[in-house]
Write a protein that binds this ligand. Structure first.
Ligand code: SF4
Length: 97
């Protein structure tokens, strides 16, 4: 039963995340950088998110990643160069349109 659950989890991974040329999969890039911990300093959080978004800017899948994060309502982390606040604003704008 456990094995079936892990197969399901793998099947849910969007195809673009299996690419080897993603900016976040390159040597020296810490995947944790895309999920900066909230440590009580909004300015530090903003800087960490902007640094991660800067890495995304050079990614060949940036648009696809952003679209996926919006479509699947990812609440955490930087995806496709968008911070959680960016995605919240975009979703709110779309809902109001
Ligand atoms: S856009 Fe950013 S988070 Fe998405 S795959 Fe590329 S580097 Fe990773």
């Amino acid at each position: 039963m456990k094995q079936r659950a892990s197969y399901q989890l793998f099947a849910d991974i969007p195809p673009f995340l299996r690419r080897h040329d993603l900016a976040c999969r390159q040597p020296g890039v810490d995947p944790a950088a895309f999920f900066p911990a909230a440590d009580g300093s909004p300015e530090r959080q903003r800087r960490a998110e902007q640094a991660a978004a800067g890495i995304c800017a050079g990614c060949p899948a940036v648009d696809e990643c952003a679209a996926w994060a919006l479509a699947t309502c990812q609440d955490h982390g930087v995806w496709g160069g968008l911070t959680p606040a960016d995605r919240q604003r975009i979703r709110a704008r779309r809902a109001a349109a």
